[in-house]
Ligand binder design. Structure first.
Ligand code: BGC
Length: 760
């Protein structure tokens, strides 16, 4: 139905318009009955519906309707599968229609800056490209059903400590390259109906009243057309927020902030047109849903099956020394309470009231040779002699042992961060003891964020199940017994220890947290430092093997407007069907800026029968090569060479090829008396001025080997060589004004040069 929203807004009273800009209650927007504006409902969350029917309370977990808990983001991102994420979103969209929800509060795309963040289980990745692509596919799936998404938490919300007041102090380049692109990709590709701004400040300004973030970047640059809602309770100054681009306050300030808006319009400090525009934006989305309501069944069983599929496609096999898959005839001891009481989701606002849960032992009930021994409790860190002894006895008499380990609920949740990366000590101890008596040991991990693994070299198999959603047990069983070939890869690096992480010295600080590591987050840091890690980004094993060949580029010389098509053949060289995630990284060899060694710019998941070969194709554009240049306030790729790397993980590059890029983009010339001669010489437009000054310096200091006529042809002594090097170094780092100090030119001459250069 075509609606004239401007006309509708014109009919609303000031009170009704101000009222539209905050929630009616915890989960509803206000309606205006006399004008036919419905009161619609929103609900968490990213991996299933947390719908509270009556009065909402924030953590009223038990009041939620029975629903399906799909795998949280920490796991689903490991699928590296856009199509699967789209199907996932499609199912959530249908569920939301069945439950009369206008917007689903997700996906959550904040970057995993530290393994300690309590909400890492809700976030996709340490890599913005993967997070953005994954989110875009999910959003597109949900919105197929005209149910909105709310991509969150915008932006730089990377810790829970002081989350409602802390300022994330991040430089412009790092924001643009690491913390914003997942939002940018999703907004540009999938047009989320809403964006949820975060609680925290960014460089001192609350996200909820940040015009640069909510208007300049989100709307003007990226073209966002929906409405921005606040995270629950994130509003600081309501009127400032409205001006900055925050349309909807959630949940509600019980009329207090509505009255502030009314007063501001009346006293002229808020232009009513700003309010009208906000209301129009909210109404557009309300009616987009309302006018497209669908009859949908809440298909619990079908969605449980999808939850299982997503888990199977995402779990990551990290180690397999010929111990997996298991065979039904083998005598298997399954140890650890997680086998009957799985941890499959995190705590907080995304917590789903699952209509059913399948544990590993539920899934294995038909398997006659499998026995369960508790060994340790899933809820606490307590080593119990009797339980441990039973486990050891069972381990000795079994052919193989599967230990279901993981983090208890209390170890990680929304609202607080972890203080360490350890598993409960009782589990580490029991794993050590079991591997001493039973070498054929496999560990299955249930955790929302990486853990240290002091027993890693002692176990033969390791499956990272992360938080698997309510069908976790079925997925783990199918992978362990080879009914499903694992195909997930890590969406984050697993470091050996917490102190290896780049944010270690500046995570969770008081009022301001400074992102000192800049763009060197996750593998960008570990690779640059050549640091050994337990498992690298993009890593994951299969029960088959893959070979890469025939890397081809449709062009090697690239201009700004060109795209490059990259193709590579992948062959299944093993004996079972499997899926490989092929990754494309770009490495900047120009030396124009300090950049990560490689950055993910493409990935594809391909399914192959034994012996089968498929060609995988990627498209790169200028942005794929670029970094964010703060003098340009734009993306910039310098002219020069770039390496295209095709890998099975970030540390397993199989093929590479060079491209030469020639850019027309010019950096602004902003020379001044403190510009160094080195800077002048490094830009071909200013080089002649640099050379002129350098010659004067060489004549004075005796530097510049090539220009030294007397030494031509003669052997240079060590002293002369050192003198030349030193003379050059001094000249390169000499500011233009320094030339004055040695009486080599006048200030006027220098100023003329500067004026000429700045007009180039
Ligand atoms: C969380 C959001 C969530 C909202 C509503 C907030 O505390 O940060 O992610 O969507 O509550 O439950």
């Amino acid at each position: 139905m075509e609606r004239n929203l401007k006309e509708l807004v014109a009919q609303m009273t000031l009170e009704e318009k101000a009222g539209m800009c905050s929630g009616l209650d915890f989960w509803h927007l206000k309606g205006v009955e006399r004008l036919g504006i419905p009161s619609v409902m929103v609900s968490d969350g990213p991996h299933g519906l947390r719908k509270q029917d009556e009065s909402g309370d924030h953590l009223g977990i038990n009041d939620n309707i029975k629903a399906v808990c799909f795998p949280p983001a920490v796991l689903s991102a490991c699928s590296f599968d856009r199509e699967l994420m789209h199907t996932f979103g499609d199912a959530i969209g249908k569920e939301a229609q069945a439950q009369n929800l206008s917007v689903v509060l997700g996906p959550a795309v904040n970057i995993k800056r530290s393994p300690l963040c309590g909400r890492n289980f809700e976030y996709y990745s340490e890599d913005p490209y993967l997070a953005g692509e994954t989110a875009a596919a999910f959003i597109d799936g949900v919105q197929t059903h005209h149910v909105g998404t709310s991509i969150k938490h915008f932006a730089a919300n990377n810790q829970e400590f002081n989350r409602m007041s802390c300022s994330s102090d991040v430089d412009e380049r790092t924001l643009r390259e690491i913390y914003l692109p997942a939002f940018e990709t999703a907004v540009k590709k999938a047009h989320p109906y809403t964006v949820m701004c975060s609680y925290n400040k960014i460089n001192g300004t609350f996200a909820s009243e940040n015009p640069w973030l909510l208007t300049d970047v989100l709307r003007d640059e990226w073209g966002f057309e929906g409405y921005v809602m606040s995270d629950w309770g994130a509003v600081n100054e309501r009127v400032e927020g409205l001006k900055a681009g925050l349309e909807l306050e959630m949940p509600t300030s019980n009329g207090i902030n509505d009255r502030e808006i009314i007063a501001a319009v009346k006293d002229g400090s808020l232009d009513e047109a700003v309010l009208d525009r906000a209301v129009e934006r909210i109404l557009r989305i309300v009616f987009l849903y309302w006018d497209n309501r669908e009859e949908q069944e809440f298909a619990l069983e079908a969605d449980h099956a999808l939850a299982k599929k997503i888990a199977e496609e995402s779990m990551v096999l990290l180690k397999n020394d010929n111990v997996l898959p298991l065979n039904k005839n083998e005598k298997i001891a399954v140890i650890g309470e997680f086998a009957v009481k799985p941890r499959f989701q995190g705590g907080g606002s995304s917590h789903i009231n699952s209509f059913k849960i399948s544990s590993l032992m539920d899934a294995l009930k038909e398997y006659e040779n499998v026995t369960y021994i508790k060994g340790f409790s899933a809820d606490e860190d307590c080593y119990e002699e009797t339980l441990a002894q039973e486990a050891l006895n069972a381990a000795k008499s079994a052919d193989k042992v599967v230990i279901c380990a993981g983090l208890p609920d209390s170890f990680e949740s929304e609202g607080y961060d972890r203080s360490h990366m350890h598993l409960p000590e009782c589990q580490n101890r029991l794993i050590h003891e079991i591997t001493a008596v039973q070498p054929e040991t496999i560990v299955v991990l249930h955790n929302g964020s990486p853990v240290e693994m002091p027993w890693l070299s002692d176990v033969k198999g390791l499956l990272e199940a992360y938080l698997g959603g309510q069908a976790v047990g079925e997925a783990v069983a199918d992978i362990l017994f080879g009914n499903v070939n694992p195909s997930g890869k890590l969406a984050e690096t697993i470091p050996y220890k917490l102190s290896d992480n780049p944010s270690y010295l500046s995570f969770g600080d008081g009022d301001h947290v400074t992102y000192n590591e800049g763009v060197f987050v996750g593998y960008r840091y570990y690779d640059a430092k050549e640091m050994p890690v337990a498992f690298p980004f993009g890593y994951g094993l299969s029960y088959t093997t893959f070979a890469y060949s025939n890397l081809t580029l449709d062009r090697n010389n690239v201009a700004d407007e060109d795209t490059v098509t990259v193709t590579v053949d992948v062959t299944n060289t093993g004996s079972v069907k499997g899926k490989e995630i092929v990754q494309l990284y770009v490495s900047d060899l120009t030396g124009a800026a300090r950049r990560p060694l490689r950055e993910l710019k493409g990935y594809e998941k391909v399914s192959l029968k034994p012996g089968e070969t498929k060609t995988v194709s990627f498209t790169l554009d200028y942005r794929s090569f670029a970094w964010y240049h703060t003098a340009l306030h734009d993306w910039y790729a310098a002219s020069g060479e770039y390496e295209i790397q095709i890998g099975a993980s970030s540390r397993d590059i199989r093929l590479s090829e060079i491209v030469h890029l020639i850019t027309k983009k010019l950096l602004p010339i902003q020379t001044h008396l403190n510009t160094t001669l080195g800077e002048l010489l490094s830009d071909e437009r200013t080089a002649k001025y640099g050379l002129k000054l350098k010659k004067k310096m060489d004549a004075f200091f005796g530097g510049g080997a090539e220009s030294d006529e007397n030494s031509k042809g003669a052997e240079e002594t060590t002293d002369e060589a050192v003198g030349d090097a030193m003379g050059d170094a001094i000249a390169f780092s000499m500011p233009m004004r320094g030339v004055l100090s040695f009486g080599l030119c006048t200030k006027e001459e220098l100023q003329n040069m500067i004026d000429e250069m700045n007009q180039l």
